[in-house]
Design a protein around this ligand. Structure first.
Ligand code: HEM
Length: 414
């Protein structure tokens, strides 16, 4: 916690990348907390509908960037070094330990047999396709379309819907089925416990005993499914890959079990909220830009295969909203900026990295894109929607940047 960060700091300093001095043990956590609470007092409740959420969500980065130019911040606990606006830093100097649910994860050391090296033949985009994965035939958003349709009918033509939970439950269903195949109902139980565990992590004082209990339950639930799977037929899902990956190692029994459990946790953490929150923000953007909703609907095929795949992820703070890189309209929702690809949209295309860069780039990016396209296509082709007066724009930093009060839409059937 002390020596390693200090070594990294000194390397960065040598490259001219400076930042605020961290205090002993707590790094910059206290400063960050203070600045966040001041920013939320000066920006109460509803903020203007703008993409420029970084000053509200990361006020300390704004300040430090002004003070130090290229900046890094150091927060211990969850060690982070963030760099900003450094055109030469294409290599990863950004080290971000992902949230670790209690135990060390083998994936953090190396990709390991599950994910393979980056040139691995495994094609994530196949996972959602019925041809490759029979269990995925049931993955569709029909349930969601039906439940919204019923709601709209019962409300007399327009329903005011808090869409967040629907996006989460869709994403949870998809990830449970992709990960656990025919055991997906057990998967749902496992994931709901993981969700509890994740919530507990936000309440560090109360949670020790509860965390330990959940960890234990999770371990035995996952191992039960693994046992069933080993005794039954092989399937084409993530669990199978994890089990086979574990079998190709020289781990002992305990380590093998932990490898399997850790990887199930990682998949859930990486693949559930990311996609759900992305879908929620996208609906918010389409609701507040009806011309784009129309455009998506009219040219669904074109948009889904060629264009908007780049656009759903414009919500990236700092680097991805910098007017020096993206032009003076950086904070405006303007998907057409990607008409000629990322390099046509900004001066430094490598700063656009919604799925990360380098050897640890998101392993589920094609999966996520396939899932989002299906979900959004279903919604846009069945409903028209606008922002409800209940919606209060307030991006908030949780594990991801989320709409603090959720997103309410007024939805009509097309
Ligand atoms: C909109 C949805 C998603 C976004 C924006 C997203 C973004 C990211 C980012 C930024 C990283 C870190 C990359 C780095 O360290 O450079 C990451 C890692 C990862 N993502 Fe995603 N992700 C999404 C969906 C998914 C899904 C659906 C899955 C699984 C089914 C997934 C699995 C992973 C895994 C396993 C890693 C860790 C890779 C490694 O460290 O080797 N992600 N993702």
């Amino acid at each position: 916690l002390i020596l390693k960060p200090e070594r990294l700091r000194s390397k960065l300093r040598k490259q001219g990348i400076r930042g605020p001095p961290p205090s002993f043990l707590l790094g910059n956590i206290n400063d960050m907390k203070k600045m966040k609470s001041t920013a939320s007092k000066t920006q109460p409740g509803e903020q203007a509908l703008t993409h420029n959420c970084s000053s509200a969500v990361f006020p300390f980065l704004d300040l430090w960037r002004k003070q130090y130019g290229f900046t890094f911040m150091f927060s211990l606990g969850n060690i982070q070094i963030l760099h900003m606006n450094h055109p030469d830093v294409v290599k990863e100097i950004s080290i971000c330990t992902s949230l670790d649910l209690g135990k060390p994860s083998y994936q953090h050391k190396e990709r390991g047999p599950l994910l393979g090296p980056w040139d691995s033949d495994f094609n994530w985009s196949n996972i959602g396709s019925p041809k490759e994965n029979p269990c995925s035939r049931t993955i569709h958003g029909k349930g969601q379309v039906n439940s919204w349709t019923n709601l709209i009918e019962s409300e007399g033509g327009v329903a005011d819907v808090h869409v967040d939970e629907y996006m989460r439950s869709f994403s949870e269903d998809v990830i449970s089925r992709a990960c656990f195949g025919s055991n997906y109902s057990k998967g749902e139980e496992i994931f709901s416990k993981l969700n509890e565990l994740q919530e507990l992590l936000h309440l560090p004082t109360k949670s020790k005993r509860e965390t330990w209990r959940l960890e234990k339950e999770l371990h035995s639930l996952i191992m039960k499914v693994v046992k069933e799977r080993k005794e039954g037929a092989s399937e084409n899902d993530l669990l199978q890959m994890i089990i086979e990956g574990a079998a190709n190692t020289d781990f002992g029994q305990d380590e093998t079990d932990r490898f399997i459990v850790d990887n199930c946790k990682n998949i859930y953490l990486a693949g559930y909220e990311t996609t759900a929150v992305c879908a929620t923000w996208t609906l918010m953007l389409l609701a507040s830009n009806p011309e784009w909703q129309q455009f998506v609907l009219k040219s669904l095929k074109f948009v889904l295969t060629r264009c908007l795949t780049q656009t759903w992820f414009t919500l990236m703070v700092a680097l991805q909203q910098d007017p020096d890189i993206w032009g003076p309209d950086a904070n405006i929702f303007k998907p057409e900026r990607f008409a000629n690809g990322v390099s046509g949209a900004c001066k430094l295309p490598y700063v656009y990295m919604p799925f990360g860069v380098g050897p640890r780039i998101c392993a589920g990016q094609h999966f996520a894109m396939a899932e989002l396209k299906i979900l959004l296509a279903l919604i846009v082709s069945n409903f028209s929607f606008s922002l409800s007066p209940k919606y209060r724009h307030s991006p908030a930093m949780r594990l991801l940047i989320e709409p603090e009060h959720g997103v309410n839409l007024l939805i009509k059937k097309l």
